[in-house]
Design a protein around this ligand. Sequence first.
Ligand code: 6PG
Length: 466
Amino acid sequence: MSTKKSEFGVFGLGVMGSSISLNIADKGYELSVFNRAEGGEEEVVDRFLSSNKHRDNIQGFTDLKAFIQSMERPRKILIMIKAGPTVDLVLNNLIPLLSKGDIIIDGGNSHYLNTKRRFELARGHGIAFIGAGISGGEEGARKGPSIMPGGTRESYKFVSEILESIAAKDDFGKTCCTYIGPEGSGHFIKMVHNGIEYVEMQLLAELYALMSKQMSNEAIAEVFEGWNQGVLSSYLLEITIQILRKKEGDKYLLDMILDKAGNKGTGSWSSKAAFDMGIPNTMMSSAVFARYISSFKDTRIKMSDLIDSGHSIEEDLDLVSIEKAYECARLINHQQGFKLMQLASDTYNWDLNFSDIARIWSNGCIIKSHLMNLLHKEFMCSKDLFEMDLVTGSLVDGETALRDTIMSGLSKRISTHCFSAAYYYWVDMTTKNLPANLIQAQRDFFGAHTYQRVDAPESEFYHSNW
Ligand code: 6PG
């Protein structure tokens, strides 16, 4: 064990905390790690140290004061604990022991408004607080995650070298970590990353539902494998191929997994943020609701008795259309996700750089994909996916395929929540006149809420005596 002052500290040795600690130690930094020694976690630090005996740059602590004193100043401490009230408890214990100028980085999936509050709290004590979204799961944390730090630029300068050295590298060898913006911006974009992730996962689940009626898991994996060679390639598609092929004895493991999807909340936070900002992130909320519906397993089993499922139409699957539909739905998912970040950036004056965000999401994170590399380039001169010819061209070309795929689901009684949300969003966004005139008339009828007229300036509001 080193006796030198550490250059960095990691608080919390759960799966993500230990993996990121090893990643930091691999890069040669002097590191202090801390974990509490209570509540069943008595052995955590000892176990971590004994499995890393060969490393001489890690010091382990269960005493908070000793952990703090082991670090050079300004101290840089990454907290890797479950998001929620525990973060506040940890900050309450940590802040009084720190000195002015020290830096705390919250690497969990904290809600961006909590990050904003904690940023102010820490600032009141002269401590810098960085809310860093970290994506990539256990493997990413160990080998190179995508890191999205938000806070002051000044405080980021103190931690940039370490964070950038442990992050994944993009196709050009640049680090997948960049300063995002002030206060909660890093956690906001991580939240949206997860919202996009929910949709990407749900789209694959809907494809699996459509295809598995007529195809074996292996046959679906083969089709996905072909797609994964080209523009549709992504980490989530890649792991889905492996999942489809995984066997337990002579059975597919996937077939043995109960169809109740869990969640830890970031998808619903993204959807709520979209609702609050008045922006139609229809695919994210559809993906969240699809998970919620799946959790009503008992009701589903009971209600399924009402339905005679023997009459579904088994026409051939049009895999070319399905592939095109998948491409379109993904484009719309990314359009909605980036639009949400654009609105947040404008609302909070974050000045987010979307080309950079797409770049740091091109590797290390769960939604890394070929598309992200394209978006990195396209965002250099456009602000919205709907301003990109490459995107609108594909959507115009793919509209029929998207509709046919949804219709194939309808005829087989297979729900396509996210594909349908994508289609209707595209149809509405390319329709001059929507029936919202009737909504306005109804609002004015019962509540005198007024309406604007097509034959008068938009600044004028009218009320009629209906
Ligand atoms: C990541 C993941 C990670 C986690 C999410 C999703 O970017 O590494 O998004 O943060 O998998 O928390 O969790 P749920 O699906 O349980 O909401």
